[in-house]
Design a binder for this molecule. Structure first.
Ligand code: PHE
Length: 341
């Protein structure tokens, strides 16, 4: 039987929406648990519940590695196909978070943005990234994308001996709020690009960035230097890893590995994988710097750039021990948690 490793798990039927509102608080050992609110479609609401458990645990790792005084949590609402009363769902989410009395604060994630945070904020103060005008630090996706670029430079330096992105080719899988920005930044840096999204409407974005537009399976298996997973999790599995033709992987998608052992499969194929919990931390680093620490935009941006140093340290440790970067990251997390214990 799998061990229950979370501090609390709340599942409550929303009074307004009737939908199951899931909030998983993985850990408050380092401080208030933080993690985004995901509104997505799942085959079954229990799949959303399982996702919340996984994603909240990953947020604890993300916060620890980013040096934040926070633990991990996540909100997931499995939205049924068709029209949903968004305000009702968001108010239901806000009520559940308010009921946690500050143990957890939310923010944007897949399917939500700053305007949604403002609506949640009508029910609870424990919410990051409301629009600038509504007392928050605004859209976090640009900061997440900036962190991804910092990570990609480090990854390229480690794998190819140069941090120069213009010499490299990238396949960006997923052109949502973060992936679309990463593509744009890579285009500005002069990189060669392939891109895909399940939504054909994103094609124009790819073409505007000078990227070759392909289907998601072709993007996954593209012959490029670096694969950039920027969509949903669980992309890297025992089935997909043998199909990869890249030399390295780094992207903002959360939970890229379907299970920890997949890191070993990548390592065996000589594919250097940058742990997603390090690469994707820019948004949360920025939000905490501005909203909790009251720091300037410049100071917050410098903290986001700190992702480069964190990733370089983990990749160096992995190389020295001939271990996977995932194992090196895990060792570092243990050390950080130990220091607190
Ligand atoms: N979606 C963000 C992540 O996965 C969560 C977040 C961003 C939370 C910004 C708060 C503020 O890291």
């Amino acid at each position: 039987m799998a061990e229950f490793q979370h501090e609390q798990l709340v599942v409550r039927r929303g009074a307004r929406s009737g939908l199951p509102i899931v909030v998983a608080v993985h850990s408050t050992v380092l401080g208030q648990a933080i993690g985004g609110c995901r509104l997505a479609s799942y085959p079954d609401w229990r799949d959303g519940l399982a996702d919340a458990l996984r994603l909240s645990a990953a947020m604890s790792d993300k916060c620890a590695l980013a040096g934040l005084p926070n633990g991990g949590g996540k909100t997931v609402v499995a939205v049924p196909p068709g029209a949903v009363d968004r305000r009702a769902v968001l108010h239901d989410v806000g009520d559940v978070i308010a009921g946690l009395g500050g143990a957890y604060a939310t923010g944007p994630d897949v399917g939500t943005g700053p305007d949604d945070m403002a609506v949640i904020g009508e029910r609870t103060a424990h919410v990051f990234c409301r629009p600038d005008g509504a007392g928050g630090s605004g859209d976090s996706s640009g900061h997440t994308a900036a962190g991804v670029l910092a990570a990609l430079r480090v990854l390229c330096a480690e794998r190819f001996g140069s941090a120069d992105l213009s010499a490299r080719s990238f396949a960006v899988l997923g052109l949502g709020r973060v992936g679309g920005r990463v593509l744009r930044l890579l285009a500005d840096a002069g990189a060669s690009l392939v891109a895909a999204d399940v939504d054909d409407g994103k094609r124009g974005l790819a073409v505007a960035a000078g990227a070759a537009w392909v289907g998601p399976p072709e993007c996954l298996a593209a012959e490029v230097d670096v694969l950039v997973p920027a969509a949903l999790g669980g992309l890297l599995t025992a089935r997909t890893v043998p199909r990869l033709r890249c030399a390295a992987i780094a992207g903002p998608a959360n939970n890229q590995l379907d299970e920890p052992a997949t890191a070993g499969l990548l390592h065996d194929r000589g594919i250097l994988w940058a742990p997603d919990v390090i690469v994707s931390a820019g948004g949360i680093i920025h939000a905490v710097a501005v909203e909790l620490r009251g720091e300037s935009a410049a100071r917050a941006a410098a903290r986001v750039d700190g992702i480069a140093g964190t990733l370089a340290g983990v990749l160096r440790a992995a190389r020295a021990a001939d271990s996977t970067p995932a194992a090196a990251a895990r060792a570092r997390i243990q050390k950080i948690l130990h220091r607190t214990a």
